[in-house]
Ligand binder design. Structure first.
Ligand code: SF4
Length: 622
């Protein structure tokens, strides 16, 4: 950075510190009362009213016996017991203790029938504590406080989570092992008809408080559902903030036209299965050129204007060595990708039958990942400075809600996207990256994020008018910026622009594709399984899965008691054999063979109205 700019920025920082202390004193005088926005029927909480779940250790919690649960589920599937026992009884529930032993955080529990179970939650207690300490509290917990001790899906009366997941089909065009959804493996087809998809979308979007909400179509491979495009279009029409799909990307690599149709229908973001940066690192998926296929899918989706977040399930001893190289790939391709979501393995689906020895060997946690990235980048990423729980990003949502509320009673009909995920579940690092120069750094290397978040809490709690609030945001930005620690070329003004471009959680301003600097999100999402299950986590990860059986929260849907297998069984539409006989067998790429890729070809640019005039812009799919 030019020295004069650096000196100006340093001067600004010092002046901002002085000005902030004046506001700090004024802010203690007569803060504004809490208000109820039209998208909620409860007032927006002040920061001190939010509630933290029980944290720290040793602590006791409610968990499940892995063996009792599987036995009960099998009895339901065999027709020996009614599924309603899962609604009315505490099937398989036992107490668990979260403790520190031998430098690790463990969950230990004993079932009177099946004995002792234990598993690792973190390999670094200091890192685990750092994430718990940085969690600011949850409004979902605050509003549900009185019901918390009667856990289960029925306790959640407030809040609807930030992502609705809909499994469109259990069919898939791959045959992975492991597949946490048992795709193609169970001998029956579970595929939602259009009316069910529509009902799920309608129900979830109407729950108050009506915060911005994403929908993620999943499966199986969701692009194989005949309703995929219609579902994207409808979700956009009824107001979903972001329309996503958890996809392996094969269909996009094979059919570039389909990527364009999806984008035109409203598909925003591919949550893109991505295990490693060589064909060898993907060979456990049984397609020998899978990395080449992935690269083609990225080209095609990017050309169509679809955002891409690679998603990597990390299994110790299988692909843990790919964590660093994958982030390298994302940094190198930061023009095409918004970050990466690492998902430490959750032993669910077929993986529940894993032996104790294998589970111990394969267990991987967010703490493993934070230390691996620190090692790989020789300390440039710091576990204790750079990682924050996802819930901490709720500060930006609070600020956006406050600022938008200042436009009066006719304010927005949706609140800002807010994730109140438990600090043991989700955490992330925010990185600034230059798409041209490839310079990058964790934001917390040069910006005091924790102090910025407490400044925002003060701004929202006192709730002054628009101009005063914006002035305080600007002062806080300046006082927390360290010009001498910022990567070369990143100025305070550029960094502020990134913030208002909506990259920080998409809460402020309209998001546009940046030309040079961008913010990348590096997430660690650790879903529970039967060995690490904690009902205090489930209470906070509320994603209603609205079926005839009532609402089932997400963490209980695919993990825990395993509603998924039961719901899929109850709503089977055909035996796989019959399905194939009636509609023809779809292609499944497997068997350790290469998947043929089509020739690259030019496609008309999106949004062009046919016929395309000669010389019109052409998106070139290379
Ligand atoms: S791509 Fe693999 S892991 Fe994903 S649903 Fe298909 S078979 Fe399962």
């Amino acid at each position: 950075m030019h020295k004069p700019i650096k000196y100006v920025e340093k001067g600004l920082t010092i002046a901002a510190r002085g000005a902030w202390s004046v506001f700090d004193t004024l802010n203690s005088i007569a803060p504004a009362k809490a208000f109820t926005p039209k998208w909620s029927d409860k007032p927006i909480l002040k920061s001190w009213q939010k509630v933290k779940p029980p944290l720290g250790w040793p602590r006791e919690t409610d968990s499940l016996c892995p063996t009792c649960v599987r036995e009960a589920r099998q009895e339901i599937l065999d027709g020996k017991r009614d599924y309603k026992i899962l609604l009315n009884e505490k099937v398989g529930e036992i107490k668990a203790h979260i403790i520190e032993r031998d430098g690790k955080i463990l969950m230990i529990k004993d079932c009177p029938q099946h004995g002792h179970f234990e598993d690792v939650m973190a390999i670094d207690p200091a890192f685990f504590k750092h994430l718990e300490d940085a969690f600011p509290g949850s409004d979902i917990l605050a509003h549900n406080d009185e019901k918390l001790h009667n856990h289960g899906s029925s306790t959640i009366k407030y809040g609807r989570g930030s992502v609705l997941t809909i499994d469109l089909t259990n069919r898939c065009n791959m045959m992975c092992d492991p597949c946490f959804m048992d795709a193609n493996q169970v001998g029956f087809v579970h595929e939602l008809p259009w009316e069910d998809i529509k009902t799920l979308l309608d129900n979830a979007i109407s729950i108050k408080p009506k915060r911005q909400m994403s929908v993620q179509f999943s499966g199986g491979e969701p692009t194989m559902s005949p309703h995929f495009l219609e579902a994207c279009r409808y979700a956009k029409d009824v107001g979903y903030f972001s329309v996503q799909a958890a996809t392996n990307g094969l269909r996009f690599a094979l059919e570039p036209e389909f990527a364009q149709q999806a984008k035109e229908a409203g598909f925003d973001l591919a949550y893109f299965q991505f295990d490693g940066v060589t064909n060898a690192a993907n060979e456990h998926r049984h397609i020998t050129n899978l990395f080449d296929v992935k690269k083609r899918a990225i080209e095609v989706m990017y050309a169509a204007g679809i955002d891409i977040i690679p998603v990597t399930t990390v299994v110790n001893g299988v692909n843990d060595d790919q964590v660093g190289p994958i982030l390298d790939f994302v940094l190198e391709n930061s023009d095409k990708m918004g970050g990466v979501s690492f998902q430490p393995v959750s032993f669910t689906g077929r993986d529940e039958e894993i032996s104790d020895a294998d589970r111990r060997r394969k267990r991987y946690t967010i703490s493993h990942m934070a230390h691996e990235l620190s090692r790989y980048y020789k300390g440039k990423l710091d576990p204790y400075r750079d990682w924050y729980p996802l819930g901490a990003m709720g500060s930006f949502s609070a600020l956006a809600d406050h600022l938008r509320s200042l436009s009066g009673p006719e304010g927005p009909s949706f609140g800002s996207l807010a994730c109140s995920c438990h600090p043991n579940c989700g955490s992330s690092v925010l990185i600034v990256s230059n798409r041209k120069t490839k310079e990058w750094a964790a934001i917390t290397q040069f910006f005091a994020l924790d102090r910025f978040m407490s400044d925002i809490a003060a701004i929202c709690d006192t709730a002054r008018g628009r101009e005063l609030s914006m002035l305080q945001v600007a002062l806080s930005f300046a006082r927390n910026f360290r010009a001498d620690k910022a990567p070369p070329g990143l100025t305070l003004a550029e960094f502020a622009r990134l913030f208002f471009n909506g990259k920080m959680g998409g809460t402020l301003g309209k998001k546009i594709r940046e030309a040079d600097w961008t913010v990348l999100w590096v997430g660690g999402m650790w879903f529970q399984d039967l060995w690490t299950y904690d009902f205090r986590r489930t209470e906070m990860c509320v994603i209603p899965y609205a079926t005839q059986e009532g609402e089932i929260s997400f963490c209980a849907y695919n993990t825990g008691v395993g509603w998924r297998q039961i719901v899929e069984n109850m709503h089977t539409v055909a035996k796989t054999k019959e399905w194939f006989a009636e509609r023809g067998r779809h292609q499944i790429y497997a068997g350790n063979r290469a998947m043929p890729l089509p020739e690259r070809r030019k496609l008309p640019v999106l949004g062009a109205t046919p016929p395309v005039p000669a010389g019109a812009h052409i998106a070139h799919v290379r």
